[in-house]
Design a protein around this ligand. Structure first.
Ligand code: PLP
Length: 395
């Protein structure tokens, strides 16, 4: 059945791809060994560094984020190595499962899935590891299943305080291009990113930013690797090429996305996400519902996970909203299945899109018979109209 108007893709990634990026991708496919390609490859590899905040080597894979998770581990670790991971939610748990499948020994610091990574617990565990058995600390910057964001700079500082030599690996799949991130300044060794969220691209590209220390570790590491191997990539990338067929047209999109983020200004992009997150939380509170993240300092600028009232199904609500109002919301993952719905407010997004999103939810709550107070949309509208976008006001 025809559904008039645009679908509202309000899952926390993939996010809506702006027309400008779709137009950039819509090119004839070129020869990936041609001189023309070398220029595109170089622009993509250089441009993306500015978003990761790095001068280090960037690896671009034609793969989803899960591939770049695997690449981070197989390039730096050896069979049986211990890695310290923080179970901030479903994605951190999946990364841990991947590590187990690769033959590593992950050690999990758990949380109640309602807060970010526990910096003090990481520090304490590293201090206790006097023989330096732990080879890496792995953290998900923005836990997309819960809407909690971890403080990577604080984790780095805590690690430095212990003098422990473990590598720091960070998943920025749902924060990159939406939340402040600095690979070099925060001393991250491997940063893992993906195309389909803050970068406003379709799914299909993923990234590793690689510090010198991680590069050195990769020489000694013995986990088998071929497709994910950094060394061949880095050698070919030196002239803008790839060791195998790259996702050529996605690279056109990537160059465009980087330009768009800089045109707006990264600081303005980060402020816009924070402002929309605040407006969303005001709506949730006015509905009388509960935000899953229970530590205000950990609130995610990218998405808000909302707890359903006891006995109410998040999946029924999402289905109702999808059918009636042509909008997708994120589902509850893992132990949160059917307990939460997730509102994505990331990527190419503005005030009116947010108000449309919140209107769809408020109508859906009524239509699905979920007990709630009215006035969530009004609360967001009041906040947005009384709190102008600071970056726009300056222009
Ligand atoms: N890590 C985080 C934080 C994510 O949000 C996702 C996907 O949503 C992944 C990893 C997995 O990435 P992909 O689905 O692109 O393989």
């Amino acid at each position: 059945m025809r559904k008039p108007g645009r679908h509202f893709l309000q899952i926390p990634g993939p996010s809506t791809v702006p027309d400008r990026i779709l137009r950039a991708i819509d090119q004839p496919v070129i020869d990936h060994r041609s001189p023309e390609f070398g220029d595109l490859g170089r622009r993509a590899l250089e441009g993306i560094k500015t978003i990761f905040g790095t001068d280090a080597n960037m690896i671009i894979y034609p793969a989803s984020g899960t591939g770049a998770w695997e690449a981070a581990l197989v390039n730096t670790m050896s069979a049986g190595d211990r890695v310290l991971m923080c179970e901030t939610g479903h994605f951190a748990w999946l990364w841990q499962r991947l590590a187990t499948r690769l033959g590593l020994q992950p050690e999990l610091i758990d949380t109640d899935w309602r807060q970010a990574a526990d910096v003090a617990a990481i520090e304490a565990r590293l201090r206790a590891d006097s023989s330096h058995e732990i080879k890496a600390v792995c953290v998900v910057h923005n836990e997309t299943s819960t809407g909690c964001t971890s403080d990577i700079a604080a984790i780095r500082e805590a690690m430095d305080g212990t003098g422990h030599p473990a590598l720091l690996m960070v998943d920025t799949i749902s924060s990159l291009g939406s939340v402040d991130y600095r690979h070099d300044a925060w001393g991250v060794d491997v940063t893992v990113g993906g195309s389909q969220k803050g970068l406003m691209l379709p799914p299909g590209l993923s990234f590793n930013a690689v510090s010198e220390k991680a590069r050195a570790a990769s020489v000694a590491a013995d986990l088998p690797r071929s497709f994910w191997d950094w060394s061949e990539m880095i050698a070919a990338n030196a002239t803008g090429y790839f060791p195998y067929t790259p996702a050529t047209n996605m690279l056109y999109g990537l160059v465009e996305a980087v330009d768009m983020l800089h045109e707006e200004g990264l600081e303005a992009v980060f402020a816009r996400h924070k402002r929309h997150a605040e407006a969303t939380r005001r709506a949730v509170t006015a509905w009388g519902l509960e935000v899953l993240c229970r530590v205000p300092d950990h609130y995610s600028p990218v998405l808000t996970a909302v707890l359903m009232p006891e006995g109410q199904s998040a999946d029924v609500l999402r289905r109702t909203i999808h059918t009636e109002f042509n909008m997708s919301l994120g589902n509850g993952l893992g132990r949160l299945q059917d307990r939460v719905f997730r509102i994505g407010h990331l990527g190419d997004f503005n005030d009116l899109m947010l108000l449309g999103t919140l209107s769809g939810i408020e109508m859906g709550l009524a239509r699905a018979g979920v007990p709630h107070e009215r006035g969530g949309v009004q609360a967001a509208l009041d906040f947005l109209s009384q709190t102008p976008d600071a970056a726009k006001a300056e222009r």
